[in-house]
Design a protein around this ligand. Structure first.
Ligand code: GLC
Length: 491
């Protein structure tokens, strides 16, 4: 079975967060189960030269957007065992940052138009197109309305996986019409009955989003955890689009993410100062980390990590509200991640005030991030909402104990430690409230200071499997189901 992933980022080529980790790792786990997955993404300028050099041009052409023809080139290469396609265009993807330069929607409309154009010419005939998030959500819409009525794309099943409902690719309807010309009216005739409610952006009838159109058009919709699948059926989880989710006759399927456990292997990783397997082996890494970050070198001080994009979603406001109380408990905090200026500035200036207990890096660095996972006792992740979350899985794999807000995928992957049974793999709280965060950290510290409980907690974490295992099988199951129904349709 041939599956084409169409996505805006994928490791090891380029990543801004969990989406890239997902798209780079799931295909590797699907191969052994019988799916031949190839991955298509924009040829972002950020892709490192070491990878880019491997790519060869296979096609080129032009597509019109807003009546203006724009050239594109399709390149392909095998990278670490996965076949990748890059769609290049210097105007849309030649800038040095991945997202956020104002013309997002137009860039990804262009990308989807080119994908549709190259599909028939590929030396690879996908049975299913698997799209991810708003950037590629328009593709199922365009496929359905594809000109040639007998074309394969028109009947090819599509899956849209939601990694985050809050990013939608929303714009004025008139603007969409201008970009897409006749294609807009075709797409709209099918999905235009939509009436979305919810947040203010979606209430505005003059606008529409790539995500909502894709949610209507895709053959199946999935998201990255069962709890998030339930949350987006209402508000605020649905970010204004819960009515669209509810119109789907099939329920949105929630499948939890896994991680690439071969990549995150604390025994084999040469980026980890002292490779280790169990909790005991972390101590030397902790001292090395404290030294590197300029924190007080103290093996007994509980060290908490925040490895995160610095955005509101990640619950940073709770940490800001409690920072002095947290530090007064004698903990140390290592923060790594980039994001909004407000959060970057706050943490940077707090680090100046507390040099021995707070370290902040606002430029993401994979190597340092791994050393932080390896050297820390806890990971703090009090997300406001979390479709799945990947950092908590990496933390568990590194025997670092997650302290999380029990929302979305965090609720599905973290079971709070129960001192009565000795079961559980972290600590959690439910209400988005600074006092609750503090209470959960308090519980975590109690267990940390109690050797018997700490050993039981570590034992239960070590028994877990954080790879793709069952989730890869769930995707396979879905692919097979869609495949057999499309075969039946064809015959
Ligand atoms: C997004 C979500 C995160 C999820 C990731 C991969 O980054 O915010 O929760 O784990 O996508 O699915």
């Amino acid at each position: 079975m041939n599956i084409l992933f169409v996505v805006s980022e994928a490791v090891p080529l380029v990543k801004s967060g969990g989406l890239g980790e997902f798209a780079g790792s799931l295909p590797k786990s699907l191969g052994p189960l019988g799916a031949n997955v190839r991955v298509m993404l924009p040829g972002h300028r950020e892709i490192a030269a070491v990878h880019r050099r491997a790519f060869q041009e296979v096609m080129q052409g032009r597509v019109e957007i807003g009546g203006v023809p724009h050239p594109w080139r399709l390149l392909e290469a095998d990278v670490e065992g996965i076949h990748y396609y890059l769609i290049e265009n210097a105007y849309y993807f030649g800038s040095s940052t991945l997202y956020g330069y104002g013309d997002e929607t137009e860039r990804y409309i262009f990308f989807c138009l080119v994908v549709l154009e190259v599909l028939p010419g590929l030396q690879f005939a996908p049975d299913i197109i698997h799209c991810h998030d708003w950037q590629t959500a328009l593709l199922p819409v365009l496929m359905r309305n594809s000109r040639q009525s007998g074309s394969r794309e028109r009947t090819m099943p599509s899956i849209l996986t939601i990694h985050n409902m809050h990013y939608q690719g929303r714009d004025e309807k008139g603007q969409f019409r201008q970009w897409l010309g006749g294609k807009y009216d075709e797409a709209w005739s099918q999905t235009g009955q939509l009436h979305t409610g919810g947040d203010t952006a979606a209430k505005n009838d003059e606008t529409v989003s790539c995500l909502e159109l894709g949610l209507v058009a895709a053959s199946r919709v999935t998201t990255v955890s069962p709890s998030y699948a339930a949350e987006i059926r209402g508000e605020p989880g649905g970010a204004g689009l819960s009515p669209v989710i509810l119109t789907r006759q099939d329920e949105v399927l929630g499948i939890c993410n896994g991680i690439d456990t071969a990549y995150y292997d604390s025994m084999q990783d040469h980026e980890i100062v002292f490779p280790y397997k169990s909790w005991a082996g972390k101590r030397a890494n902790k001292l090395a980390l404290q030294r590197r970050l300029g924190l007080r070198e103290d093996g007994a001080a509980p060290l908490f990590a925040i490895v995160s994009r610095l955005v509101r979603q990640k619950g940073l406001d709770l940490i800001i509200a409690q920072l002095s109380q947290l530090l007064s408990l004698g903990i140390q905090l290592a923060v790594i991640g980039s994001g909004e200026d407000y959060y970057q500035n706050f943490f940077r200036s707090a680090a100046v005030q507390h040099p021995e207990s707070l370290s902040v890096h606002t430029v993401f660095d994979d190597r340092l991030a791994k050393q932080i996972y390896a050297g820390s006792d806890f990971l703090l992740m009090p997300s406001l909402y979390e479709p799945c979350g990947i950092s908590q899985l990496i933390a568990l794999q590194f025997r670092t104990v997650p302290v999380v807000r029990l929302t979305g995928g965090l609720k599905d992957t973290i079971r709070p430690y129960n001192p009565e049974t000795g079961q559980g793999n972290g600590f959690g709280f439910e209400d988005y409230h600074p006092g609750q965060l503090l209470a959960a950290v308090g519980q975590a510290l109690e267990v940390y200071h109690d050797a018997r409980h700490w050993a039981a907690l570590q034992h239960s974490i070590a028994a877990g499997d954080y790879g793709w295992g069952n989730s890869a099988m769930a995707y396979m199951h879905l692919y097979k189901e869609l495949w057999s129904s499309s075969e039946n349709q064809d015959s």
